[in-house]
Write a protein that binds this ligand. Structure first.
Ligand code: SF4
Ligand code: SF4
Length: 319
């Protein structure tokens, strides 16, 4: 039987997904028996022109991590879609925009202003900004165009499956790869995890009194080891987040930050999380409620940490 052909690509992301793919450990040997990696810029010397020369749908599966921040990433997403039978959004950035998607609170001008002029370590007296095209004696230099808005992979090309996580747990990656190897991929559109219910379903902490008078940041309290973190005033996104990760964060005293994305049927993970948090606030007095809510530091970063680009609003409106 011919070996499967796999492509991996890294767009607007931190690189953690590339490491997560290696975390399948010795299962990589099983993968190597049945599959060849034909494109993986971070690890093998395959050029864009090699992919361009491939016939349409000649790659069996592309694991694409990262959102679409610039014109090069958009070009690669479209090219890999054309060449791949199956396109998988791998990780939170590809599927929801992820942490880079929080830059949708700003636009290109504001980001460049901060990065190329205002940061304390920057010395840019001539106010030079990146130019997509620049003439030099040898010809014209081109760099990718930086877009105003980070988009998800599915907002750019047709996506067949999603593997969630920031980064995906090794067991989730292997679940998808095993299904691919055995020819048992689920129906198109499936988010591949071990548990489509919420992280709370995997979490051993006890839930009982849903009454919160104050929210805390993680460094402000040492939580009780067995009680639900949300019920102790820590903003745990487990109530609004797809399970399958086995809840490692709440088990290590850290609130879930929501990296496995929304549970099935939810369009806007942040709105779902907000609604869950509102239901635990223990007050009917508007002034007290305002005070409790004012204690939530960085609300966009809490409620839309990974999903701003995929939310109903998608980005901030900049006047
Ligand atoms: S809200 Fe967080 S700590 Fe509470 S049960 Fe759910 S995952 Fe566990
Ligand atoms: S507990 Fe939450 S933040 Fe931690 S891995 Fe699971 S989904 Fe991601």
């Amino acid at each position: 039987m011919a070996k499967l052909k796999i492509a991996l690509y890294w767009a607007a992301s931190c690189g953690g997904c590339e490491i997560a793919q290696l975390q399948i450990g010795d299962k990589i040997l099983k993968l190597a028996e049945v599959a060849d990696i034909v494109f993986w810029p971070v690890a093998i010397d395959a050029k864009y022109k090699d992919v361009e020369a491939m016939p349409e749908k000649s790659i069996d599966v592309c694991l694409f991590n990262g959102g679409i921040r610039n014109s090069e990433q958009e070009h690669l997403a479209k090219m890999l879609r054309e060449k791949s039978k199956v396109m998988i959004a791998y990780g939170a950035c590809a599927s929801e925009g992820g942490i880079p998607g929080l830059a949708n609170l700003f636009n290109r001008e504001l980001i460049f202003q901060r990065v190329y002029l205002e940061t304390p370590s920057t010395d840019n007296k001539d106010k030079v900004f990146p130019q997509p095209k620049y003439k030099v004696p040898e010809g014209e230099l081109n760099i990718p165009e930086f877009y105003d808005t980070v988009r998800t992979l599915a907002q750019t090309v047709d996506v067949d499956y999603t593997i969630p996580g920031c980064p995906p747990e090794a067991r989730t990656t292997w679940l998808a790869l095993e299904a691919l190897i055995e020819g048992k991929l689920p129906p198109k559109g499936t988010v591949i995890t071990h548990n489509a219910k919420a992280v709370c379903d995997d979490c051993p902490r006890k839930r009982d009194v849903k009454k919160v008078k104050k929210f805390y940041r993680t460094f402000e309290i040492i939580p009780e080891p067995e009680i639900c973190l949300l019920e102790q005033g820590l903003l745990c996104a487990g109530i609004a987040t797809r399970g399958g990760c086995e809840a490692p964060c709440p088990q290590a005293n850290m609130p879930c930050t929501g990296c496995y994305g929304p549970v099935d049927g939810v369009i806007d993970q942040g709105a779902h999380f907000l609604s869950g948090v509102s239901s635990v606030i223990d007050s009917n007095d508007p002034t007290e409620i305002d005070k409790i809510i004012a204690g939530i530091h960085d609300p966009v970063g809490i409620f839309y940490r990974y999903s701003l680009a995929d939310s109903l609003l998608r980005r901030a409106r900049i006047k």
